[in-house]
Design a protein around this ligand. Structure first.
Ligand code: EPU
Length: 435
């Protein structure tokens, strides 16, 4: 396995292009199952999770052809209605094939995802909603077996505004007979992008991006004539903005949708950064101190849980004490003990972290057990004095496309090497000399 090595303490400068959103690409790839035929998607990020979803679709019987940024997928035939454990345990989002398979084939066998590094993460709301549409489920051998003679539109009041739950229901309801109303739906931009894609296949959806979504079922859907372009990744963009902020640099993210970044931009300003918003760009600069924040994660349009670890890294540098409250996942402070190894002062009480800023962090070897925690550690390494190494890189490969390349283009001293390699200082010096 690889690690990232960082010689920190350099302000980052420059422009960085942002790729397509992982969390939009995954449901949209699953959604191709509802319309038999050839689909084309553009701005698809090259990520481990996307490859995992394409492997899953391949096993279902739908081959794909990947070229840089673009995927062609043939969903004419479905051979197996199954998401097996070996893929679901790699990526929970595999559960997104449940709704489409039930809608198209009336059957789905999906391994239960189980807990993960950030929390218990049940799928009860997915199952409850699909049952209201007429599906029946049996649990056996760690798998949920769903069958549906016919899906019928229904009113589905969700207990929590689950993102992938809303997406699963949306993908099932487009082919259900009659009207479905999803109440307390997730409002994330990725849900809206999925709705745009389904609409391009002939679905009738109103209200995506609001808490109430109306879907008028149709009897069949067909692939769109024009390729669908996946929306920009607001979390990747937010991560590079924090990279600019934490290093006291000047970073512009390009090819973004600034309206999806509003809560992140707001908190960067509160933290003392200057943020300039263009049509498809956001620029962050910091010359003064980092100001402490009172941050609370919330469903969209609140502050995203997927940016919590990155902001926590920023707040370790603040002049004063910040409070970070995590309300979405019960176990999303895995980065805290690792940040402490770099000299951060953080105390956790339940779902609150109290972060006392320190003038400097020190480089260290750290590792995380989830994607965004790993991103937070890379950011801390960029700001720390001396060498840091972030182990277990496969987490970052799940969600950050060409991370090392993009950071180096911003002036970071960073390299990707096998975990066993030790001559790190020499390596980075050589790279700097070669530049
Ligand atoms: N929940 C339930 N029952 C359910 C579903 C969810 O109780 O049936 C709870 C969860 O346990 C959690 C809360 O509801 O406490 C919200 O979970 P949600 O279902 O919204 O999360 P998700 O759909 O599994 C997506 C993203 C996550 C992101 C969350 C929250 C994808 C593929 N994943 O997960 O992304 O953190 O929404 O915004 O879209 C990441 O990219 O690193 C990542 C973890």
């Amino acid at each position: 396995m690889d690690k990232i090595v960082i010689d920190g303490g350099r302000p980052l400068h420059g422009h960085v292009p942002i790729g397509g959103a992982k969390n939009a690409a995954l449901p949209i790839l699953a959604a191709t199952l509802v319309a038999p035929g050839e689909h084309r998607l553009d701005n698809v990020p090259e990520l481990l999770d996307v490859s995992t979803m394409l492997s899953l679709l391949g096993r279902i019987g739908c081959p794909s052809l990947v070229s840089p940024g673009s995927v062609r997928l043939d969903t004419s035939r479905i051979i197996f209605c199954e998401a097996p454990y070996d893929l679901v345990r790699k990526m929970r989002a595999s559960v997104l094939v449940l709704g489409p398979l039930l809608a198209r084939r009336g059957e789905a066998l999906v391994s239960l995802p189980g807990g993960c590094a950030i929390g218990v993460r049940p799928i009860d709301q997915h199952l409850k909603g699909l049952e209201l549409l007429g599906a029946r489920f049996e649990l056996s051998g760690g798998y949920v077996h769903g069958t549906a003679h016919e899906l019928r539109g229904a009113r589905i009041p969700l207990d929590v505004p689950t993102v992938t739950g809303t997406e699963n229901l949306l993908m099932a309801a487009v082919l259900a007979r009659g009207e479905t109303v999803i109440e307390n739906a997730a409002c994330e931009p990725e849900v809206e992008d999925l709705a745009r894609f389904l609409t391009s296949l002939g679905a009738h959806i109103e209200g995506a991006g609001t808490p109430t979504i109306h879907i008028q079922g149709v009897s069949s859907l067909r692939p769109a004539t024009a390729p669908h372009r996946i929306l920009p990744d607001r979390i990747e963009a937010g991560t590079y903005l924090v990279a600019g902020a934490i290093t006291g640099g000047d970073v512009t993210v390009t090819e973004v949708e600034p309206s999806d970044l509003v809560p992140v931009i707001q908190q960067l300003r509160n933290a003392g950064c200057q943020v300039d918003v263009g049509e498809h760009t956001v620029r962050v600069r910091r010359t003064g101190p980092v100001r402490p924040l009172d941050l609370r994660t919330e469903p969209h349009p609140g502050f995203p849980t997927d940016m919590q670890a990155q902001f926590m890294a920023l707040l370790t540098r603040a002049e004063g004490t910040s409070r970070v409250t995590e309300t979405i996942f019960e176990n999303r402070f895995m980065h805290v003990p690792e940040l402490a190894r770099m000299g951060a002062e953080i105390e956790i009480r339940g779902n609150e972290a109290c972060v006392t800023g320190t003038p400097s962090l020190r480089g260290a070897s750290v590792m995380a057990t989830d994607l965004r925690a790993s991103a937070g550690l890379v950011l801390a390494g960029l700001a720390a004095d001396g060498l840091s190494e972030v182990l277990r890189l496969h987490h970052l490969d799940r969600g950050y496309e060409r991370l090392v390349e993009k950071l180096r283009a911003l002036g970071a001293s960073v390299a990707r090497v096998p975990e066993e390699r030790r001559d790190l200082g020499v390596l980075l010096e050589k790279q700097a000399a070669a530049k």
